[in-house]
Design a protein around this ligand. Structure first.
Ligand code: DC
Length: 229
């Protein structure tokens, strides 16, 4: 029997630092990276552009199954996300795109339609996948599952800084409300709600540096890789 390509699943709520940690772990190991939240954001964006309602499950599922998306560098070596053959930049990271993503993500047919696309990212030598249900649904056989969390205040502060650095101006209070709403919607939905997998390692990143959290995950990964992963 051939051994399946190893997967590290990193799940957690909005602003927990999953994206940053997943990227660093993937670079350190030389593995592929799946930012699954970007797929839900892209779907909401593509739907809005086509005038498809964010509650139209059938039309959204069809769009999801045929989503023309790729993750590739442009001629200058800049890593970009491409939708319908054109690069998507800041509009994907806005709070509006996040809200849209969280809305379409609550629809079962949409999640179903995105499964194959997500699993297609699993290629040798390995995959680091970040999202809400990587360990529970998309890659239940992942060798390492991390549930990354942080206090709501700290997550709002981090998101605020991230957006500010990108020149996007939004109030901290509005951001906190948005994060709480999104947490609620993501955790209370009936399909694939946000929750740690039973075999996930819980890592609270409050007050910890990015390096410390990355090293902790890499330490676990290397321990497990030495065994099997
Ligand atoms: O990680 P993010 O903020 O880019 O995700 C945006 C939204 O997409 C999030 O609020 C919930 C949804 N999502 C999901 O339901 N499942 C995933 N695996 C990733 C994201």
């Amino acid at each position: 029997m051939t051994k399946a390509t190893p997967v590290i699943a990193i799940d957690g709520p909005s602003g927990s630092g999953k994206g940053t940690i997943a990227r660093r772990v993937a670079v350190a190991l030389g593995w592929h990276l799946l930012d699954s939240g970007a797929l839900y954001r892209l779907l909401a964006l593509a739907a809005t552009r086509r005038g498809i309602g964010l509650d139209d499950a059938d039309a959204l599922a069809e769009l999801a199954a045929n989503l023309d998306v790729s993750f590739a560098a442009n001629d200058d070596g800049e890593e970009l996300i491409w939708l319908d053959g054109k690069p998507v930049r800041g509009e994907l990271r806005t709070e509006e795109a996040g809200r849209g993503a969280s809305t379409v993500a609550a629809l079962q047919p949409v999640r179903e339609a995105l499964l194959a696309l997500q699993r297609g990212f699993r290629k040798p030598p390995g995959l680091v996948a970040d999202g809400r249900d990587m360990g529970t649904h998309v890659f239940p056989d992942a060798g390492l599952k991390v549930y990354l969390t942080a206090s709501a205040e700290e997550r709002a502060r981090r998101r605020h800084k991230q957006l500010k650095d990108k020149g996007i101006d939004v109030s901290l209070a509005a951001l906190s409300r948005d994060i709480e709403d999104r947490d609620r919607r993501d955790s209370e939905r009936s399909v694939a709600p946000l929750r740690p997998a039973e075999d996930a390692r819980i890592l609270d990143s409050s007050g910890q540096s990015i390096e410390a959290v990355t090293n902790r995950v890499l330490g676990w990964a290397r321990e497990l890789l030495a065994e099997k992963l």
